[in-house]
Structure formats: structure tokens, C-alpha cells
Design a protein around this ligand. Sequence first.
Ligand SMILES: *Cc1c(COP(=O)(O)O)cnc(C)c1O
Length: 358
Amino acid sequence: MITTSRPTFPFTRTTKSRIKEVDFSNIEFGKYISDHMLEADYLNDSWQTPKIVPFGDIPMSPAMLSLHYGQSVFEGMKAFKNKDGDICIFRPQKHSERLNKSLARMCMPEIPEDLFIQSLHAIVETDKDWIPSTEGASLYIRPFVFAFEPRLGVKIADHFKFFILTSPAGAYFSKPTKLKVEKTFVRAAEGGTGFAKCAGNYGGAFYPTQLARQQGFDQVLWTDAKEHKYIDEAGVMNVMFLINGKLITPQLTSALLDGVTRDSILKLAPTLGTTVEERRVSVEEIEEAFKKGTISEAFGTGTAAVVSPIATINIDGKDYNLPTAGPESFQQRVKQKLNNIRLGHEADVYGWNYIIHV
Ligand SMILES: *Cc1c(COP(=O)(O)O)cnc(C)c1O
């Protein structure tokens, strides 16, 4: 999809750019926030025209409802400088759909797709100089919506705010991780909010993750809330396994986050000659596959790293190890292919790229 003109939202330019403070050769993730932000209010039952203003603090009431009752959702996505020097925002429609599912689950007002995409376009183009151009680097985009109405009673707010912040991100290579299959704590239960990118899901995951870290693991491998028998996700990533050469991943349920990276990899796998199975994946199946030597790879998927190799899975106190994933591994090849599509080295046959000519 290609667009040409930047949406004309009210714009206040910063008088003091901070871009010179950024060391683009060594960017620490999330450390620098670009000069401007997009801000919109939901008032009187409708989204008002967004405005672009200098990034900065906002005045808020300590009685703001989102602080008390958790109506707060976000997205995480990326823009790239492609090989022609144009801007590519990756899969904005898919992120819009997911944001609206999150908002609906939390009784928050949905944002029309064209308003969302115009907002992305406007803020990314405004701060286009913040998009790093080094290979693998990107501009991380953080849209979020929260209840703004001040009130102490438990209620659905009637005033919400929508913001978009952006932040330059370096090429991110995840080191191989060590995961613990979690059978005590739960991230999400079916019927709950696991499929929504709502703030509370992350707050609730900190404690079990901290315990796992104290035990020497990087992350937990979440299992289903009912039986702790089936694998859901790896920390804040979706998870995939290569068993007997097939790509196997837990099917989506209301307890799983529908990752855009997950979806993209599942679509690309057949073009790399790899069969996909989306179904329930039991811990027992993974343990068996380790014992039989039929598992060759396991990795997490997410916007931050695309793929994050898994080195060790700990099941009931026993470590099972995987070899380092080399350039010929499925995960490295699919990551390369995804990056090639985003940067324009390969045809975007799926229409994933939203291109802004600059
Ligand atoms: C965001 C997220 C993912 C990954 O989604 P992407 O769209 O691929 O970035 C997976 N699991 C959880 C819990 C997440 O919050």
C-alpha cells in the first residue's frame, strides 16, 4: 500500500530538538523518545482530531480511572527506512485490528482503521529523521489508549486518550534464551484478557518472571491455566518449534496474544518449504521430542527481535538443550525473508508494507 500526502493534523513543532543526543551507532532500546507525539481525545462519544505536539509530560488527575481500574491498552510496531530511502510501516492494518480487539475487550472505544493509520503516518513522517538507517535498525512505534476521566467509583470511563510515541531502535539480536516451563503461575486463562495487549497482563507477569530469573532463567514458558499441560507463549513472545522438520505453534485461543510476527512467519514458512501446524502443543510432546531428538529448533517471535532463539527449556526441573541456530536454520532464514520484504529487497506479495515516499 502506498500513500503520498501526510495527513494534516494540527501541529506544534518542538523548539528544541533532542535528536543530537542520540548515539545512532549504539541505541539502547526505549531510551530515547522522538521529538513529537500524537495525542487525541475521545470525548462526547467520539474520537476528536489528533494533534501533534512536542513530546513531554501531560497533566493528569490522581483520580484518573486507568490508574485505578486498568483500562489501558497498547500496541508495538515498527517503521523502517527501506532500500530506496522511503519509509515502510509494517502491517498497520493488522495492528489496527488487534488494537480494536484489545479496546473492545476492555470496554474502550475502538479507533477507526483510517484514523489509526493516518495517525501513524503523521507521527512517523513528522519524526522521520529519527528512523535509523543502519541495517536491521528501525523506529519502534508505541500507540496506546487509556482512561483519562478522573473519578473514584468503579466505572467505564467516558474520556479516553490515544497517544503515539516513537523511539529509535537498533538492530536487535536476542541471545539464546533459557526458559522454564511455568506450572504454578498463570499469565492468562481462557475467557480472560490474554489475547488483549492490555497493561494488566504485563504487571501480572512480572512476579513469576522475576522468580524464574532468580532461578537462572530468562523467561517463563506459559502453560494453559486449567491443566498446565499445553504451551501458550514464551514470556511476551509467541513460541514456535521445529519438530520433524515441521513448524509447530500453539493455536490461538482467548489466552494467547495474536502476534503479528507469528502471523507473518506462519505465512512465510510454506514459501521456505516448511509445513505449518497450528494446534495444541503439550509440554509432554516437547519433552518426547527432546528425548527422541526430533526437535531441532525452538524460538520466540515478536516485533522487538523478530525471532529470539531458545537454547534451553526446563521441564519439571530438567534442562533440555538445543544447538545454536546457524544461518541455515529455519528461524534465521525466515527472519531474513521478513526483513527483505520490509526493506524492499523482496516483493511484498502480501501487501504488508505501508510506504511513505519521502
Ligand atoms: C506483543 C506480544 C507478542 C508479540 O506480538 P507481535 O505483534 O509479534 O509483536 C506476543 N505475546 C505477547 C504477550 C505480547 O504482548
